[in-house]
Write a protein that binds this ligand. Structure first.
Ligand code: ARG
Ligand code: ZN
Length: 481
């Protein structure tokens, strides 16, 4: 690709920001290149992501040592400038050794808690292609923000799995779901350690000097930064191919012991569950699938990491659990392919994935969605503080509150009752199709549901997503009817 090293404004009009001397009377004024914003204006997390450029691809090339948790690496970011830039930011926490922009050494400084400010040697112009090469190192498990790290060190390795902050501890990025990109992720580890990540392995793990092995993973569909992941440690990897030829990669931590069989019995059903989801939500959006059963000393949640969810060990304690597999795979449509435009729209992820579990219950003959609704509704007394959290605007500290999941699923059930099954099961795939690989807001979803149903759904959405207190079910249904 051609490198554009000129600052067009300067050549045409003299000193940026100043009136150029011209012979035509009216001075030409060019704006001086500005710093890229330190955030994308997310209501809950204003400094997440960065302004002024758009990333197309991350090439994350790492070396990890489980014995020390030392991570060293080089990430190459391919991006396009969306404005003239004097500086731009990356979201990142480890120690940056150097940054090059289109081959030229840049200077860097830090700002805020997770911002690296990059000053390129040459001004960047709008539309310019950028190749940003960042070399770095650090111990992610010891790199704390408010006492917290999104990188989990384990006995045998590590998990880079967290939401909404995950990338900060392992690759510099434009860390917001508005800026999706493709990924090549490669990690060198001591031979005998496994590395699992998103997508497919373009080639098998290859031996390197020093008794090490390099693992390479590739994701070819647009991916939000928080949905890229690493699982490093002792895993049994089981590969397969779906009837339609799609590669399946499942991985089971060897630390699971007695929990192992339940983990396998659950994650092995991913293909069946993805097919069932496809029947309701439309074609599966990605090129591969699977699941990772994380280690006993790892995470206490599950995450819909793209093409390959990661599950904490707790889900297997009462035996096989297909509901969590349904939840995380439903997120592949709602969360991963269609991502939130801002974190306050988290209901579009968690409400939908939770309602998928209710539909699965119905499918399994373990209770209809209506029966699950009645049970969940009754399980929160009217004076429970659960009803004070608004699923449509839960607050930055409550994006994973039970209300977002349970009242969120209740909302979709009320929508289904209001519009009828025909419209409801047209709305869900339409949402997945119309925003495929993109982003969405609650207002956009409401508009789509109104378009397909022909109903004014404002009362329903206001009552269920944006009003504190337990809605009266009978009256909610009556209003919408
Ligand atoms: N999206 C995840 C889920 O499906 C939520 C994980 C939240 N927990 C966390 N520690 N970040 O439930
Ligand atoms: Zn979820």
């Amino acid at each position: 690709a051609a490198l554009t090293l000129t600052t067009a404004g300067t050549l045409l009009a003299g000193t940026p920001g100043q009136a150029a001397p011209t012979g035509w009377g009216r001075p030409i004024v060019t704006a001086a290149p500005q710093p890229g914003a330190s955030g994308l204006g997310d209501t809950y997390f204003p400094d997440y992501g960065n302004g002024g450029y758009d990333v197309e691809h991350y090439d994350v090339r790492l070396r990890h040592d489980p014995a020390t948790d030392l991570l060293t690496g080089t990430t190459t970011i391919l991006a396009t400038a969306t404005q003239d830039l004097s500086t731009f930011n990356l979201d990142f926490l480890l120690d940056v050794e150097s940054v090059r922009v289109n081959g030229w050494a840049a200077t860097t400084s830090t700002a805020g808690v997770h911002e690296v400010v990059v000053t390129p040697a040459r001004t960047v112009t709008r539309g310019q292609q950028l190749t940003i090469v960042v070399r770095y190192s650090g111990i992610p498990s010891e790199t704390l923000v408010g006492g917290y790290t999104g990188w989990t060190r384990t006995d045998d390795g590590a998990l880079a799995v967290n939401e909404p902050e995950s990338a900060w501890w392992w690759f510099p990025s434009n860390d917001h779901p508005l800026d999706k990109a493709t990924f090549d992720i490669s990690v060198s580890v001591p031979t005998g350690v496994e590395v699992i990540s998103n997508g497919v392995q373009p080639r098998p793990p290859a031996a390197e000097a020093g008794n090490r092995t390099r693992w390479i993973w590739r994701t070819t569909s647009p991916t939000a930064t928080y949905l890229a992941f690493l699982a490093i440690g002792q895993y049994d990897i089981v590969t397969d191919t779906t009837p339609s030829g799609q590669p399946v990669v499942n991985a089971y931590s060897t630390s699971l012991g007695a929990l192992g069989p339940a983990a396998r019995a659950s994650i092995e059903r991913t293909g069946e569950i993805v097919d069932w989801c496809s029947g309701i939500f439309g074609p599966y959006p990605f090129e591969t699938q699977g699941g990772v059963a994380g280690p006993v000393d790892g995470i206490s949640f599950a995450l819909e990491t793209q093409t390959r969810p990661v599950y904490g060990p707790g889900f297997w304690r009462r035996g096989a659990n297909t509901y969590v597999v349904v939840h995380e795979n439903a997120h592949q449509w709602f969360g991963d392919s269609v991502s939130v435009a801002e974190w306050r729209h988290i209901w579009l992820n968690e409400g939908f994935a939770s309602y998928a579990e209710w539909l699965w219950s119905e499918e399994q003959g373990e209770g209809t969605a209506q029966e699950v609704f009645d049970f969940v509704y009754a399980s929160y007394p009217a004076d429970d503080e659960f009803w004070q959290v608004l699923p449509g605007d839960p607050g930055a500290g409550r994006i994973f509150d039970n209300a977002v999941y349970d009242r969120g699923a209740m909302t979709l059930h009320q929508l289904r009752l209001a519009v009828g099954d025909d419209a409801f099961f047209e709305i869900l795939p339409a949402w997945a199709t119309e925003h495929r690989y993109g982003n969405g807001t609650v207002a956009q979803f409401q508009a789509l549901a109104e378009r397909i149903s022909g109903l004014d759904l404002d009362d329903l959405f206001t009552t269920w997503l944006f009003t504190a207190g337990r809605p009266d079910v009978a009256s909610a249904a009556r209003k919408a009817a």
